[in-house]
Write a protein that binds this ligand. Structure first.
Ligand code: ATP
Length: 293
């Protein structure tokens, strides 16, 4: 399909004098996992909620699965109820933290949401998939923070969406739960779901995203693969090793193989404590954000 799943042009949103989103252009392809990164208050949630149809934009063009989300949500213009309903069925949403539904149990909430979708997934299978099988009879207000977040994810995917928005999906997850969540996202992508997520975890973006976009002060300052962001792939490598005296040496080089070959000759074999590293995604991200500030 030539048309992207998401197309954004010159998107703008201000709250009074505060310009939250200045002029964003963005395309997300069908089947892509796209991660939005940026510091607190950069404009990620505002952007995502406009794409979801939850917030009104001030200006710009937005098309999500071929429909203007503001129109689909009755915030501007008109469309047929059938088109709007079909659009909402195809879009799964995990907002920043909800997870509480009074006295209802996990099983009841997921079964309840399943009724809104014509082709809903099996509630039991979804609960299992997000790792809440043991909590199916627990009332949602008794869940831990990370468990509530898993319930949010379950509600986002119960309708088997074509496009899934996840706003900071793994906040409060323990490391094991985060890995399980990553596996779930890869699974969804393999099944053809397009995914847009925001995260503050750079390793999460690196593990999941085909491309990342960095938002700073309402502007998209970079869009690239995690591997190439900020020309990370061609950055100098740092070679470090331990000297016979026990101190650490390090040097930066564009030709680290030559440095290592040289060291190997000097040590006649194994170089103690040898590492060769390039800047991490977090390194280049922090540099970018620093530059934008
Ligand atoms: P975080 O990482 O903290 O979630 P974010 O990148 O998602 O941040 P937004 O929530 O989009 O940032 O906020 C962007 C800017 O818009 C901030 O300056 C914020 O204070 C402001 N803002 C967001 N929502 C509202 C609102 N409902 N009313 C007024 N200002 C708002």
């Amino acid at each position: 399909m030539d048309e992207p799943a998401i197309r954004v042009r010159a998107l703008r949103k201000a709250y009074g004098d505060n310009v939250a989103v200045a002029a964003i252009d963005l395309d997300v392809a069908y089947g892509e996992v796209f991660a939005l990164l940026g510091p607190n208050g950069a404009g990620k949630t505002t952007t995502v909620e406009i794409l979801e149809g939850y917030r009104r934009r001030d200006a710009g063009e937005v098309t999500v699965l071929g429909v203007d989300p503001a129109v689909a949500n009755g915030k501007r213009g008109t469309t047929s109820d059938a088109v709007a309903k079909r659009w909402r069925e195809r879009v799964g949403i995990v907002l920043q933290g909800t997870g509480e539904f009074d006295e209802l149990t996990v099983g009841e909430v997921v079964r309840h949401f399943a009724r809104f979708y014509p082709a809903a997934d099996d509630p039991g299978a979804v609960i299992e998939r997000v790792g809440l099988a043991e909590k199916v009879r627990a009332r949602t207000h008794t869940l831990s923070g990370g468990q509530k977040r898993r319930l949010d994810v379950a509600l986002g995917i119960i309708g088997r969406p074509d496009l899934l928005f996840l706003d900071e999906p793994t906040t409060g997850f323990d490391p094991e739960a985060r890995r399980e969540f990553w596996a779930l996202i890869r699974d969804l992508q393999a099944g053809g779901t397009t995914i847009v997520l925001t995260t503050h975890y750079l390793e999460e973006a690196e593990a999941l995203a085909d491309r990342v976009g960095v938002i700073a002060r309402g502007q998209l300052i970079a869009v690239d693969t995690p591997r190439s962001l900020g020309r990370r792939d061609s950055a100098l490598a740092t070679v470090s090793w331990r000297t016979p005296e026990g101190s650490w040496e390090r040097t930066q080089s564009a030709t680290p193989t030559a440095v290592v070959t040289d060291l190997a000759a000097r040590y006649s074999g194994e170089v103690p404590g040898l590492t060769v590293t390039r800047p991490t995604l977090e390194d280049v991200y922090l540099e970018m954000i620093g530059g934008a500030a």
